[in-house]
Design a protein around this ligand. Structure first.
Ligand SMILES: [Cu+2]
Length: 335
């Protein structure tokens, strides 16, 4: 590992991988393009509507409508008979327009909030090439099982890089976030993302998507003034998420809201099956409202019987009305 050089870019991060730990090959390292064959079959099996054309991107790396179904499987390699998934993460500082009045300096992974949804199968080797260009010390701390040296609590200073490497286990819906104190600040600034470990046997085909509930402390009073699904307040309220009627939806849901003790997630006009922490293959309960503490996450599965626009939101309605609000636009299946 190397952390003794300055002014490194994303391109140079790739070189870090090569010179630092002997990773072979320079070409073909492209974000999110190495989906497994299994995933392609899954996508073909589930019916997914086209993206709404009016839904805007925030910047070249950040499109909340695409982010929903954007799973990063890394660059896949075989090393000593094992599948290794290599991911590139750059901590950055990005200005986000949270609403018409609030322009916010976010700290983020790869230019978006949440960061990339990293995905592996249980037992894969995960290798994270982490470069900090954020201007402050940051880290990546993963939930999951790993050695203490890979726990991501040791500061990676600005313009430095490191490599986190561990086995993807156990299967479930996990997360990563910065662990520099005050952690509340580094998380509310935007440094978090989801880490999905798939079980050895694939779950049934579904329209899979990610929702991360986050909060923003705009005026540094240790309270949230704005909330959001996937980083931009009210985005899916303004641009409902199209899904098909009678299509199984698999929602990977994370609560990363700081300062509030717990929040709920409520789905209108429907009920969902809950797979706690994504660590079961059978649901534990069926509900239309679930309470989640900080960093709690679940898989929720449901299908809509009726067409139309249906809300989802925390049932602390002030939080919903402060930006954590969205709609599913349930469309009739055409074939
Ligand atoms: Cu940080």
């Amino acid at each position: 590992m190397s952390d003794s050089f300055n002014q490194i870019s994303r391109r140079q991060l790739i070189k870090l991988g090569i010179t630092g730990v002997g990773i072979a090959g320079t070409a073909g390292i492209v974000y999110g393009c190495n989906q497994s064959q299994v995933n392609k079959q899954k996508l073909q099996a589930a019916k997914i509507p086209p993206l709404p054309e009016n839904a805007p991107q925030i910047n070249q790396d950040y499109h909340p409508m695409k982010l929903l179904r954007d799973f990063d499987y890394g660059k896949v390699k075989q090393e000593n008979g094992r599948t290794v998934r290599e991911f590139e993460i750059v901590a950055e500082t990005t200005t986000l327009q949270l609403n018409s009045a609030v322009s916010y300096i976010a700290w983020d992974y790869n230019g978006r909030v949440p960061g990339p949804t990293l995905r592996a199968k249980e037992g894969d080797r995960v290798r994270i090439l982490f470069l900090n260009k954020g201007g402050h010390a940051h880290t990546m701390h993963f939930h999951g099982e790993h050695p203490v040296t890979m726990d991501g609590v040791k500061a990676v200073h600005n313009n430095k890089a490191t490599i986190y490497e561990f086995d993807a286990e156990p299967y479930g819906v996990h997360l990563y976030h910065c662990h520099i104190p005050p952690v509340t600040r580094h998380i509310t600034k935007g440094l978090y993302g989801m880490f999905i470990v798939d079980p050895p046997q694939d779950r049934p085909p579904a329209d899979e998507m990610v929702l991360v509930m986050g909060g923003y402390d705009i005026n540094d009073d240790n309270k949230n003034e704005l909330y959001a699904f996937n980083g931009i307040p009210n985005y899916y309220k303004q641009y409902p998420i199209p899904i098909y009627q009678n299509q199984l939806i698999r929602l990977y849901l994370l609560n990363i809201i700081e300062f509030d003790a717990a929040i709920t997630f409520h789905l209108h006009a429907n009920f969902f099956d809950v797979y706690p922490t994504g660590m079961t293959l059978k649901p534990s309960v069926t509900a239309d409202d679930i309470t989640m503490g900080p960093t709690e996450r679940h898989i929720l599965e449901f299908a809509y019987r009726y067409t139309g626009k249906f809300m989802f939101h925390p049932h602390q309605d002030l939080i919903a009305e402060s930006g954590c609000m969205g709609y599913f636009d349930v469309l009739p299946q055409t074939s």
